[in-house]
Ligand binder design. Sequence first.
Ligand SMILES: [Zn+2]
Length: 345
Amino acid sequence: MKMFARSAAIAVMAAWSVSSAFAAEPTSYQFEKVADGVYFGKPNMPGRMDCNVMVVVGDKDVLLMDGGTEKDSAQKLLADVKTLTDKPVRYVVNSHFHFDHAGGNEGFGADVKIITSEYSAKRLSGNPYAGITFQRFFGASGTQPQALATMKADLAKETDAAKKADMQARIKGIEEQMAVLKTAKARTGDIVVKDKYIIPRAAGEIQVLYMGRAHTGGDLTVYLPKEGIVATGDYMQNGLAYMGDSYLEEWPKTLEALKGLKFDLVIGGHGPSFHGTTKIVAYQGYLREFAKQAAAMKKQGVSADDASKRMDLSAFKGEFPQAATGAPLPGVIRYYEILDGKDTP
Ligand SMILES: [Zn+2]
């Protein structure tokens, strides 16, 4: 796949050199052409947390599915999109309100319209950085500061020059991102999607759909019916999604609605893309089994912490290797909340 992305990038460069003397290679995202005017962009920024993007070149302008984790990644993305097309970015869809998907909003100008779900609009009007999810990753004892401390300790012991350079690049990336996030400001939606928003396009329309609660209270899908492509943010990824803000009982139903669309390629919010519905069916099974086991544990008075260690979802490790051991704690905590009647995380 890396090979394909590289050759696609070269092909794009070649096409561009005809029309522009200033075409460059993307520096922060690796693009794979998945249809005419449609690109799957994977972040290529060592150490940082960033999300996948989909770039759809329209008749006069460009739509992005997710706009990066903070204003720096948004600006890097804008620069990289210029290596694909000279049309301006006009729309940025937020797959959901999580900072690593909607934090880039503030990096776009007022001429760029942010498209969100009703729920995301509400969350982004408040302070999403105060929420538990951001704190779990970037709070004082979050995973990113911890990873940074570990990397720095490992760097001091490393003697191999190449490995040292690689570690230094990752340390630099994470430090830069942490610095930008210190002053991050949420920007909410300009266009709020209730259930469906259509952007016409001569090559085939772009549909932005809300099909139910899942990974969060408001996940959007970008659907290209003619190309048979869906971009699903975090509610359907190649791997297991974070579940700390999720609606576990509704999630498989939302996936059922997704399966009702006609598509082959699925671009999730993180990790590689995939084809078909086999993985989606497996994920529905995983989520239902997760709910069943967690509910049984709660009924027995088992703490969320212990339940996450005792639950066994290894039956799903074929499609999801991470399912081999236990169940992620944020998902168990969140489902316990739901069972206690706490609808909003
Ligand atoms: Zn998310």
